[in-house]
Design a protein. Sequence first.
Length: 142
Amino acid sequence: MHDGRRAGPSGFIEIGIPIPLFDRNQGNIAAAIAELKFSEHEVRRLQLALKVRLASVFKTYLSALQAVGRYQKKILPQAQKAYDLYLKSFQQMAAAYPQVLIAQRTLFQVRADYVHALVTVRQNVVEIEGLLITDGLSAPVQ
C-alpha cells in the first residue's frame, strides 16, 4: 500500500559497529611504555634515596669511629692518670678528697662517653650491614 500518501511520521535508524581495521593496540602499548618508564624512574629514585641514607649513616659512623680512637688513645688514659695522681696525692695527704671525687667523676663521665661512642659505631655498622632496609624502600610521601 504505497500509493504516495503519507501515513504518519517516519524516520530512519542507522546502526554502526566500529571495526578496528587499522588499530594496532596503540593505546595499550603506550600505557605499557609509560608504566615501564615509571618503574625505571622508581628504581632510580630508590637508588638515590639509599645512597643519601648510606652517606648520612657512613658520616656518623666515621665521626663516632674517630671519637672512639681519641678516647682510646688520649682521653681515657689522661683521665685515668689524673684520677690515679689525685688518689695517690690524697693517700699521701697532699690533696683534698673532693679533688679525688672530681677526678673520679670525670673518669666515669669519660668512660660513659666512650661507651656511647662505641654504641653509636655499632649501631651504624648494623645499619650499613643491613643494607639500610629500615624504611629504605618506602614510597615518597605525596
